[in-house]
Structure formats: structure tokens, C-alpha cells
Design a binder for this molecule. Structure first.
Ligand code: ATP
Ligand code: ZN
Length: 665
């Protein structure tokens, strides 16, 4: 089951940021302004850069001796503007006053930077030594603090500011600073001060017994450091929390801060890696500085893989310098404070395999705490925590809720509870009923029902047979998870869905893999048998099956010809783009074997469906009639299913959200 991020929980970090109120038009304004400024800038600054910078030799040899110069103006004792003869006529200002805007601007043809005025003067004298008096060139002096120089300062700055605003807006980098550009280099770490906000305690963290016990130790380090230091022990600096999304990594970090009653600075790895050069590193520096000012304290870095990916690898061909700088800064900061300074850094990731090894070295994040998806008992506990604030009807039963949500993370469960309350509220109920929870769960797994979606009768028929195909195949293959219901009500992206109660298991056998593949191919096979025509509707199924077949062959070593070999790279360090870890011949063999596996499964599926052609027909017709067929009706139509064994499980559908994650053992 794919983990749904908890977009609906108010606490969910992944809640979509509300769109800034300034809509599309706002951005065009910025473009327009930028354009105007740019035009203005080029126009006004042209005169300044329009004068060609020349060397003394050029002035002497090509201009002075050729008698081409009409006038020289020394400006601000810094540079001289050289006016040539044919221009001099046009030049109205020779008063030596601060010139009007255009005059000085239009006429200077060359400019030369002078070291000192005296030096320049004497050089001019020498150069003109044998000129006749009327040919001698007069020098004027000006001080120009005028518009031009001012504007030439202001324009680029204004431009930069605008540009920044623009980018900040685009990044939606609201954050606590509201996108103020003055704070770019400052860490946006949210500080939760002692006793004010981190009211999260271990009571709010359900399940996760081992993790809690380990983390309890960290609390003790913070509270009673003496006990450890007196014995000469070094208190660890970094603790890495590892686990799938939504398993409570952030929650547990907050609970540590809450229990220890210390300030909590949290920041997400992705916040370090922004588009401005140097910002990431300076944010790291700032974060540590602030934490050190408030010792004892906790720094929490979420999604550390965003910065901590191994250097020089991954991320395509071009190494990401900015990210590496940030990572280096982080390593330096970690080394920079002594072991007993009272700052403990917690970090969270769900990709420990991609992390740079340097991060995990002793003295850095050398402690690892693993959080796993909750078991049934733990789900019960988590449900209890999140049901606390809800007004429940009598029929809500925590045990069945836990049973019906295998593979759900803590965040998913929080999400279900909130969604159920929303559903109940929409129905104007006084309390939240069990049924609301089921509806919430279905919505989270499969997306919103879209009853109003218009589907032609012909398409509806195809979908009905497709889903009936999945259902019938699943029903008669003993290794497929048990069926809950079949539906042809569009939901999320999919037009129909087959819902399973997946078994909670850690290991998948080859037979289970194959039955699973057959169940996924059931839709396409039914279409082919019934309509003698196949459609694009099986895309998701085929994608899943193909991935599964390749995983079986090249990861799990389940193929006869290839044997027990695995090309899985748990370190995530091999760049597949640069070459596969096997020969061309092996690549071909893998392709052939994966294809053969799927082909065999497909034939098996078709045979099975042909044998149960009547059942397929009846189920499809019933689906067309009532849209949803529940387990009881399935049993009536298809006969009692030989269940493999009693299973503890939950839902599943036909969309890509479901079934096994083929990349996990
Ligand atoms: N063990 C748990 N007990 C109670 N609530 C939990 C538990 N695990 C997760 N939750 C709920 O899920 C929410 C999200 O969890 P959290 O943000 O801690 O997950 P995470 O592991 O940090 O996720 P991610 O990997 O996406 O950053 C929490 O705010 C909490 O409401
Ligand atoms: Zn399908």
C-alpha cells in the first residue's frame, strides 16, 4: 500500500501551502516592472558605458598627436572623458558646471581612468609640449554626484531586490519569515521554547516501544549530563531516526524536546538546499549558532537526505556544489562542538542508504533508531491517540479499525481520523460513526469518489469486465489477498477498483508473486476474452506487473535461469546511468526472463478466466447494475473462497496505490 502523506492533518508537514493570494496577474506585473527597469537601466546607463575605455597610449598616439581631441573632462578626480572634435560642435555645455543630464552624456566618446589628477595633468603637458597654444586642449573638472551615478547604483539594487522578491514568491518560501529577503541567510528554524510549545510528550507517541526506549536515553543525556560525563563518557551528538514516511520521526523528536524541556530547533533538509548560492551553508551555521546559545537544546533536521546525499554521486552527471557545500558545513558544525556541550542533533530520513558515509561516522550521526510501520496492536494504540479529540458514536471499534488498516503509517491513521470527522461533519452528524472511518479510509487509499465523472456506457462496460476479471482471478487463486469489494465508481485517477485486505507479511514467496501478477493481469485478460479487443485501461496493472517481474528476476533471485543473483544496490551509490553492474548478455537474459514470467502468468490468467467465463459474466453484469459488489455478494456469485489462512489485513485497490511495494523485501 502506498503511503499517503497526511495532507489533511493540520499538523502534517506536507500540507500544501495555501497559494499566495497574488494570483497569476501579480506575476505579470513583476515581469512588466522588471522589463521597464531593465529598459530604463540600459537606456540611462548607456552613456556611462558608452564611452569607450582607452589606455594612455591610445590617447596619446591616436588622439592627441592626431589632434582629434577637443576637450577633456576630469570627473570626480577618477576618470577623464575625452571629447573628439566632430562632437564638440554639438556639445552645448562647456561651462564647467555640473553638466545637464544629456550633454555630458552624449558627447564623451572615450574615457580613461586616471591614477591621480596631478600625474594625468603632467602627462598631458608632456604630450602636448610641442602643440601650438591654440591647439592645446583645455581640461575641465567636474564633480558628478548627479543622477547618473546615483541611478547607476539604485537601478541594479532595485533590480536585484525585485528579482529576489519575485523568486521568493515563486518558491512560496513563506516560512516563519514570510519570505523577507533580509533573512535569507538566517536559518528559518522554528524555535519551540521551553514550556511554550513542545507540549508533545511520549504520551502522544503510540507504539514505537523500542524507539521510545532508545530515545528516552537521549532525554536523560539532556537532563542529567553529569551522570555520564562524571564517568568519562561522551554524550553522543547525533541521532539518526530512520523509517518510512509518516512513522512518527518528527513526532518522536518533538517528544524528546518536550520531555527534556529544552528548546527545539527544527528545520527540513530541503530548506537548506535552495537556489541561492551559499544560503544553505549559512543557514546551517546560523542554526547551530542559535542552538548553541540556548544549550541544552535539540536540533532536528528532517529529510536529511536532501542535503546528506553522498557527495559526487547521484543527482545525475553534474554534482551539486551547493548541496555539497551545505553538507560540508553540516559536517564541520557537527565536528565543531565538543561532545558534551548539551546540543544533540536529531535527524530523520527514510533513505539511509543514500546518505554520505561521512555523516554516519563516529562522532556524528552514529546512533541509529529504526521506526517501522506499526503492527496491528500499535495501530490500535495510535488510533486511540487520535480518537481522543473526536466525538465518537458508540459503534466505533478500535480493534476493527486497526484490522482494516494494515500497512498504514501513523500519519495515515491521523489522517483517517481527521477525514472521518470531516465526513461526519459534512453529513451534519453529532458524532463520528464507524462507517465514516471506513469511508475516510477508502478515500485515503483510493482518492475521492467521483460519481459525476461522465463515462460512456461502452466504457463503463469495459471497466466492469476489467474489474470483474481482477476479482474472479483473485478469488480463485489462493495466494492472492482476500477480496473486500469490487467497484466501478470512479475514484481518484482510476475508473474502477478491486479492494483487497492485504496480508501483513515481510516475505513474499515466488508462488505469491506469481498469483499476484495473475490477479493484476486479470483485467486485461478479461477484456481480451470478452471483447476480443484490448485497451489502454490496463496501464497501471501492466506497469505494476512489469516492475514486479523485473524485481523477481534481478533483485530477489527468483528466476531459474539467472539463479540466486541480485543486482539490487542497497547503498544507492551506483549510478545506473553510467552503466549496469552486469553484462549485455545478462541484460538480455533479464529482459527475456521477465518477459517470459509475465507471458506465462498471462496465459495462466486467461485459462483461469475461460474456465470461469460464466462467473465473469455474472459479476460484470452485477457490477453494471449496482456499481459496487461487496464480499457477501461475491461469495454468492463465485462460491466460498478457500482462504489461505486467517489473515489480518486491510484494503487495496486497482490503482497504482495498491499491492506490494516491489522494492522492499
Ligand atoms: N506513533 C505515533 N503515534 C501517534 N501519532 C503518530 C505516530 N506516528 C505518526 N503519528 C501521526 O502522524 C503525524 C506525522 O508524523 P511525523 O511527521 O512524525 O512522521 P515522519 O516520520 O516525520 O514523516 P516524514 O518521513 O514524512 O517526515 C504526526 O503528527 C502524528 O499525528
Ligand atoms: Zn486493472
Amino acid at each position: 500500500m502506498k503511503q499517503q502523506s497526511n495532507t489533511n492533518t493540520p499538523k502534517g508537514k506536507k500540507a500544501p501551502k495555501p497559494n499566495p493570494p497574488s494570483g497569476g496577474l501579480g506575476y505579470y506585473w513583476v515581469y512588466l516592472l522588471l522589463f521597464i527597469f531593465l529598459m530604463a537601466f540600459t537606456f540611462f546607463s548607456n552613456p556611462i558605458s558608452g564611452a569607450k575605455e582607452i589606455s594612455w597610449t591610445f590617447l596619446q598616439d591616436s588622439l592627441l598627436t592626431q589632434q582629434k581631441v577637443s576637450k577633456i573632462t576630469v570627473v570626480n578626480r577618477e576618470f577623464a572623458e575625452i571629447f573628439t572634435k566632430n562632437q564638440a560642435v554639438k556639445d552645448p555645455s562647456s561651462t564647467g558646471q555640473a553638466p545637464s543630464w544629456f550633454s555630458s552624456v552624449e558627447s564623451a566618446k572615450y574615457r580613461i581612468t586616471i591614477g591621480s589628477v596631478e600625474n594625468f595633468e603632467s602627462k598631458l603637458q608632456t604630450a602636448q609640449a610641442d602643440f601650438s597654444p591654440e591647439d592645446k586642449i583645455d581640461i575641465q573638472y567636474q564633480n558628478r554626484t548627479s543622477w547618473i551615478s546615483l541611478l547607476s547604483w539604485i537601478f541594479p539594487i532595485a533590480l536585484l531586490i525585485l528579482f529576489w522578491f519575485f523568486i521568493l514568491k515563486r518558491m512560496g518560501s513563506g516560512g516563519p519569515m514570510g519570505g523577507s529577503m533580509l533573512n535569507i541567510g538566517k536559518s528559518t528554524a522554528k524555535l519551540v521554547e521551553k514550556g511554550t510549545k513542545s507540549t508533545v510528550t511520549f504520551n502522544d507517541v503510540a507504539g514505537l516501544k523500542e524507539a521510545k526506549a532508545e530515545v528516552m536515553e537521549v532525554v536523560d543525556f539532556l537532563k542529567h549530563p553529569e551522570t555520564y560525563t562524571e564517568l568519562g563518557a561522551k554524550i553522543p551528538k547525533g541521532v539518526m531516526l530512520v523509517g518510512p514516511p509518516g512513522t512518527g520521526k518528527t513526532l518522536i523528536a518533538k517528544a524528546v524536546a518536550g520531555e527534556a524541556q529544552v528548546p527545539f530547533f527544527s528545520m527540513s533538509g530541503s530548506e537548506f538546499v535552495e537556489m541561492f548560492v551559499g544560503v544553505g551553508a549559512s543557514r546551517v551555521r546560523d542554526l547551530f549558532k542559535r542552538a548553541k546559545e540556548k544549550t541544552p537544546s535539540i536540533i532536528f533536521i528532517d529529510e536529511i537526505d536532501a542535503v546528506g546525499r553522498s557527495r559526487g554521486k547521484g543527482g545525475g552527471f553534474q554534482s551539486n556544489d551547493e548541496r555539497e557545500n551545505t553538507l560540508n558545513q553540516l559536517l564541520t558544525e557537527l565536528d565543531g562542538f565538543g561532545p558534551n556541550t548539551g546540543v544533540i542533533v536529531l535527524a530523520a530520513t527514510n533513505r539511509p542508504d543514500v546518505l554520505d558515509k561521512a555523516l554516519l561516522r563516529p562522532g556524528r550521526f552514529d546512533r541509529h533508531i529504526y521506526l517501522e510501520l506499526p503492527t496491528k496492536e500499535e495501530r490500535m494504540e495510535i488510533f486511540k491517540v487520535h480518537l481522543r479529540p473526536l466525538k465518537l458514536a458508540k459503534d466505533v471499534d478500535v480493534v476493527s479499525l486497526a484490522e482494516l488498516s494494515p500497512g498504514f503509517s501513523g500519519a495515515d491513521i491521523a489522517n483517517i481520523c481527521n477525514e472521518a470527522a470531516l465526513i461526519a461533519a459534512r453529513k451534519k452528524k453529532k458524532t463520528v460513526h464507524y462507517h465514516d472511518f471506513l469511508e475516510a479510509r477508502d478515500r485515503i487509499v483510493g482518492g475521492m469518489e467521483r460519481k459525476s465523472k461522465i463515462i460512456s456506457p461502452k466504457e463503463k462496460e469495459t471497466v466492469a469486465y476489467h474489474e470483474a476479471g481482477h476479482a474472479v482471478v483473485s478469488w480463485y487463486l489462493k495466494h492472492v489477498d482476500s477480496l473486500v469489494k469490487v467497484s466501478i465508481i470512479p475514484r481518484g485517477k482510476s475508473l474502477g477498483s478491486t479492494w483487497y485486505l492485504p496480508e501483513e507479511r515481510q516475505i513474499v514467496t515466488k508462488a505469491q508473486f506469481i498469483d499476484q501478477m495473475c490477479a493484476s493481469l486479470g483485467g486485461r485478460a478479461a477484456e481480451e476474452i470478452v471483447f476480443d479487443e484490448i485497451s489502454s485501461g490496463a496501464l497501471d496493472d501492466l506497469e505494476k506487473v512489469t516492475k514486479q517481474a523485473y524485481a523477481m528476476v534481478s533483485y530477489y533471485g527468483l528466476d531459474k535461469k539467472i539463479g540466486p543473483m541480485s543486482f539490487y544496490d542497497s547503498s544507492g551509490q551506483n549510478n545506473q546511468l553510467l552503466g549496469k553492474p552486469y553484462s549485455e548478455a545478462m541484460a538480455e537474459l533479464i529482459d527475456n526472463e521477465a518477459q517470459a514470467l509475465i507471458q506465462t502468468a498471462y496465459e495462466k490468467t486467461k485459462t483461469l478466466l475461460l474456465r470461469h467465463r460464466n462467473e465473469l459474466e455474472n459479476l460484470a453484469q452485477l457490477l453494471l447494475k449496482q456499481e459496487v459488489v461487496e464480499k457477501d455478494d461475491l461469495e454468492k456469485l463465485l462460491g466460498k473462497r478457500i482462504e489461505n489462512k486467517t489473515k489480518d489485513n486491510s484494503t487495496h485497490d486497482d490503482s497504482p496505490l495498491s499491492l506490494l511495494n516491489t522494492h522492499k523485501p
